[in-house]
Design a protein around this ligand. Structure first.
Ligand code: AMP
Length: 618
């Protein structure tokens, strides 16, 4: 199979000058770093529980820094709505999480039992996460903006024993359906001022009474530590299981892909309700002993520039959707903010358009480094590194310790396996399903209570990611699309991302989502949903102009034949464009699991702003 275009390859590579780095990057020679790497060596970078009692994520994240005399260092610096800050030191985190663990023990919450959080980015969330690990229980963070239905569904699927939340969230989302959650024994409220709701407990009082110095429960590397729900195309959300050994990968990838150094001020903008916000908003930076910024508010362009400048952020990890919003707001918004402390910018979660990679240089003085991973992989697998060449539009190359490949898929879109081994794509620039050789520490160990669904993720010795990609002759991987999103038109396989990126190069376009719609002749034709930049009015002339623009760049076989303007593309709350939802709505099909969809205008986003604007201009 070959991808329809190689559009992204048209962008010039961004070279790196080794002499220009203020801080010496951890990975300077890609080939040598891969050759020298072993997971055993990576484990030696951690401490392990004192007395050889195993490995516990919380000890690596907090207590070991205290033991090394660094307890006074700021671990988490919370930025309030008014811009003011309050911090937790490593010693604070170690002590509070000890108390939380003791409180859980006092409540009879045991080893392996699930403790959920439904909290904003407040100190209670971080305390509860580390405290749960210290009690050998399993932590499952839920995004606080989830509605009552996805919350109940996840609490039930995960068999929640305890939940930490706030009074308002409890009243709105839990209390009305508490009867449907018989396994949920304890609800701890983080903000009761001593007056909990009926059927709940006061977290502050429990922490105050709990001892601060109880020994951390002995946990082994393979003990379950985290549960992260991720949405499938169909069926219920899947609960991906991660173990304590995952911290080995969080730490190693923090070294190689994020280039963390102890003196960094680091900001990961993801909420810990998503895997990125847990692995890289909490665990990787804490394991490195850096100071992390936690913004308690939602995204706002001016506020973000103020934080980047005011907090002297040196390493920033964010997402394409946020970067595109900043870009929409204009690079001039960055002017006047001193971003000179910033030395590394990375992005994950969705394809990163080449235009955005380059725009980063204009706005932040740094190109944006794309990297790739997913809930199931628990940590970054493929990345553009601080000191190596960036190919805009490429996700980069596999990390040390990670073996990636492209598996050939058959007509039924199944991985081809011969004699027990997967058949791999060997030619450059040829599409296949991105696969990873199992064995890295943060790989998921199962979907909770869904053995069969887990088993289906593997074939011929590989973990199949469900994403389609190409690899160029130098080993850089290029994202083509989710397996489900790829468009087959007149024999061409078209990745929606390339078409979207090309549309974004048009001056009027802010964002685009691209799908295939059935066509009697071509099989499928490409349809684009386009969000315009602020102040640009939709018109028939503009619609034809954008289509003509795309044709010139992509050729008529790949460019959209149909184009609708839309006020807002449907996105998940973590910012991913929901192409499958665009498609379901376009074709009047069932929408599947929509529990992670962003509320608001996005819910009717496929309504064209210009009625009747579809149609082939040719
Ligand atoms: P999640 O499990 O919710 O984190 O979603 C993981 C999926 O997001 C991946 O399987 C990809 O489809 C997509 N994704 C993540 N990072 C990237 C990236 N850098 N480029 C393209 N797609 C990405």
């Amino acid at each position: 199979m070959t991808a329809g275009t190689a559009h992204s390859l048209c962008w010039p590579a961004i070279g790196k000058d080794p002499g220009s780095f203020r801080v010496r990057p951890h990975l300077t020679d890609y080939v040598a770093a891969r050759a020298a790497f072993s997971w055993d060596e990576a484990r030696r970078q951690l401490s392990g529980l004192p007395g050889g009692r195993g490995l516990n994520i919380a000890y690596e994240a907090a207590d070991r820094h205290v033991a090394a005399g660094l307890g006074g260092r700021e671990a988490l610096r919370f930025i309030r709505a008014d811009g003011g800050a309050h911090a937790l030191t490593y010693a604070d985190l170690a002590e509070r999480s000890n108390r939380f663990a003791a409180a859980l023990r006092g409540l009879g919450v045991g080893r392996g039992e699930r403790v959920f959080s439904l909290l904003g980015r407040s100190p209670a969330l971080y305390t509860a996460m580390l405290g749960t690990f210290k009690n050998a229980s399993v932590f499952c963070p839920l995004f606080s903006a989830f509605g009552p239905e996805p919350v109940r569904q996840r609490l039930q699927l995960g068999g929640a024993r305890a939940l930490v939340t706030t009074r308002a969230l409890y009243r709105r989302k839990i209390a009305p359906q508490r009867d449907a959650l018989p396994e949920l024994r304890h609800v701890l409220l983080a903000d009761t001022d001593g007056h909990p709701e009926p059927g709940t407990l006061d977290l502050a009082a429990l922490l105050a009474e709990a001892p601060a110095d109880e020994e951390i429960a002995a946990t082994q590397p393979e003990d379950m530590a985290l549960l992260h729900f991720t949405s499938g195309t169909t069926g219920t959300p899947k609960g991906a299981i991660h173990v304590h050994d995952a911290v080995t990968a969080h730490h190693a990838t923090g070294t190689f892909a994020l280039d963390l150094h102890p003196e960094d001020i680091y900001w990961c903008t993801a909420d810990p309700g998503w895997v990125t916000g847990t692995s890289y908003g909490v665990l990787a930076p804490l394991s490195h002993g850096v100071t992390s910024i936690v913004d308690e508010e939602e995204m706002d362009a001016d506020r973000w520039y103020r934080i980047l400048a005011g907090e002297r952020v040196s390493v920033w990890y964010t997402a394409p959707t946020a970067l595109r919003m900043l870009m929409k707001a204009g690079a001039e918004r960055a002017a006047g903010h001193d971003l000179s402390a910033l030395r590394f910018v990375a992005s994950v979660g969705e394809p990163l358009n080449p235009e955005v990679v380059l725009w980063g240089r204009e706005a932040f003085g740094q190109p944006v480094h794309d990297n790739w991973w997913q809930t199931e992989t628990g940590g970054i697998m493929i990345a553009n590194f601080a000191a190596t060449e960036i190919r805009p539009g490429s996700m980069g190359r596999p990390l040390p310790g990670i073996e990636a490949a492209l598996v050939v898929r058959d007509e039924a879109d199944k991985a081809v396996v011969r004699d027990g081994a997967a058949v791999l794509v060997t030619d450059p620039d040829t599409m296949g399903e991105l696969a990873l050789r199992p064995g890295w520490p943060s790989m998921f160990r199962g979907y909770l209570n869904e053995e069969e669904r887990y088993r289906k993720c593997f074939a011929g010795g590989w973990y199949l990611t469900g994403d389609l990609a190409r690899r160029d002759a130098d080993g850089y991987y290029w994202f083509v699309g989710r397996g489900d999103d790829v468009i087959k038109s007149s024999g061409h396989l078209i990745g929606p991302f390339e078409v979207e990126s090309s549309l974004m190069e048009h001056d009027a376009v802010a964002e685009a989502g691209v799908i295939g719609v059935p066509d009697p002749v071509a099989g499928e034709v490409v349809k684009a949903f386009v969000e315009l930049r602020p102040g640009v009015e939709p018109s028939e002339g503009l619609r034809l102009d954008i289509i003509a623009f795309a044709r010139k760049r992509l050729g008529p076989a790949v460019a959209p034949r149909l184009l609708d303007f839309t006020a807002a593309l449907p996105k998940t709350r973590s910012g991913k464009i929901l192409r499958r939802l665009l498609k379901a709505r376009e074709l009047g099909l069932p929408e599947g699991d929509t529990s992670t969809i962003e509320a608001g205008p996005a819910s009717d986003a496929t309504q064209p702003a210009l009625p009747g604007s579809s149609g082939d201009p040719a």
